[in-house]
Design a protein around this ligand. Sequence first.
Ligand SMILES: CC(=O)N[C@H]1[C@@H](OP(=O)(O)OP(=O)(O)OC[C@H]2O[C@@H](n3ccc(=O)[nH]c3=O)[C@H](O)[C@@H]2O)O[C@H](CO)[C@@H](O)[C@@H]1O
Ligand SMILES: C=C(OP(=O)(O)O)C(=O)O
Length: 430
Amino acid sequence: MEQYIIKGGNPLVGEVEIGGAKNAALAILTAAVMTDEPVLIENVPDVSDTNVLLEAISVIGATVDRIDRHTVRINGSTIGSVSVDYEFIKKIRASYYLLGALLGKYKRAEVPLPGGCNIGSRPIDQHLKGFRALGAKVDILHGAILAQADELKGNHIFLDMVSVGATINIMMAAALAKGNTIIENAAREPHVVDAANFLNSMGANIKGAGTDVIRIRGVEELHGTRYSIVPDMIEAGTYMFAAAATKGDVLIKNVIPKHLEAMTAKLEEIGCDVEEFDDAVRVSATKRLGRTHVKTLPYPGFPTDMQPQISVTLALAEGTSIVTESIFENRFKYADELGRMGGCIKVEGNTAIIDGVEGFTGAQVSAPDLRAGAALAIAGLAAEGYTIVDDIIYIQRGYEDFDGKLRGLGAEIEKVKNETEIQKYKLRVV
Ligand SMILES: CC(=O)N[C@H]1[C@@H](OP(=O)(O)OP(=O)(O)OC[C@H]2O[C@@H](n3ccc(=O)[nH]c3=O)[C@H](O)[C@@H]2O)O[C@H](CO)[C@@H](O)[C@@H]1O
Ligand SMILES: C=C(OP(=O)(O)O)C(=O)O
């Protein structure tokens, strides 16, 4: 099992390039199979989640050609099965998009219940409610969802809660339904907009993505396209908070600053300087950061996928901060691990009470999930001494070349496999 070893204490300084958004890529790569013509997708992040998904769609018969590290050509005309094997998708959440894509195109899909990060109970009742409203019969049999319909018919669907996955999934199925669909209380995340733009570039007729009412006029079929995925706001946000926690100065390039505003506002509130450019932001911090309160909310609120990273940063700030997690109930699993580094976070229900400390000391910690793992690495970068982060397989789900990008900013971090490699690294960097 790979680990990161980090010798902390260096402020991050320099420039980092952000890749395509994992959560947009997962939707778009799946939607690409909805046409029988070739689709070229650029700016695909090379992370394990996208690679697992590409493998899953090639196993059902789609032709997947990697043109280069970030460009993939997909041809859905060769698909021979609408039944997806559990082995390929148990690790990823976004396997649920295969339901909307295959149901839309073939009017039948059989997909195991999804995996993904264990950050709380993650029902998909709203996805299924949407498919049923479009006329599909949906059953859960032996751990898999079987959705089928003679034809899909547009409908008026009001989501009970704001769900990224349900919004995109229903949008995909409705794109090839007969007539009009309206999704109310839709999610407004940039990846919802990106998925809608992608489907429209294939000939779908989707209006209103980015607002809470999305209107879809069903079309007969979709066609081939060429599309580049939106920059990853969560990868960008992670480097913004890494810069803040290490009192660094980092230019984060290839971003859409508008998508980062919730993070920018909090960084400014706690005393960082944030400069916005057309497609970059620069984050610098020179003094000890101040406290604040945070509540995670659907976009444009503060993202739950950034909650661990801001909490770890606030654990170094002066005073007591309160962070409320309103989306997933089990997203504070890093708090005990951070305690091993001297952090002081008390979790009560969906609230973390964070008493800022002057500094962390390096320790061996375990990544409990993707963003918590990234947050613990940030803690290691700011800590005095060595930190070892175990279970980095979670971090690799969503960050391309995490250690390489951090080394580019002056961090002393290495991927290692065992104690011998750890000792060798320590000898090299002392
Ligand atoms: C692959 C992907 O894009 N993952 C993202 C997606 O996850 P995911 O699509 O799973 O998250 P949702 O937006 O659907 O979940 C939001 C909330 O709604 C609840 N809910 C959702 C659907 C449903 O049918 N029933 C229900 O109760 C969830 O338990 C959660 O409390 O959005 C989350 C919220 O921004 C992010 O943290 C994840 O990174
Ligand atoms: C929770 C996340 O991913 P997933 O929904 O794929 O588990 C995430 O990206 O932070």
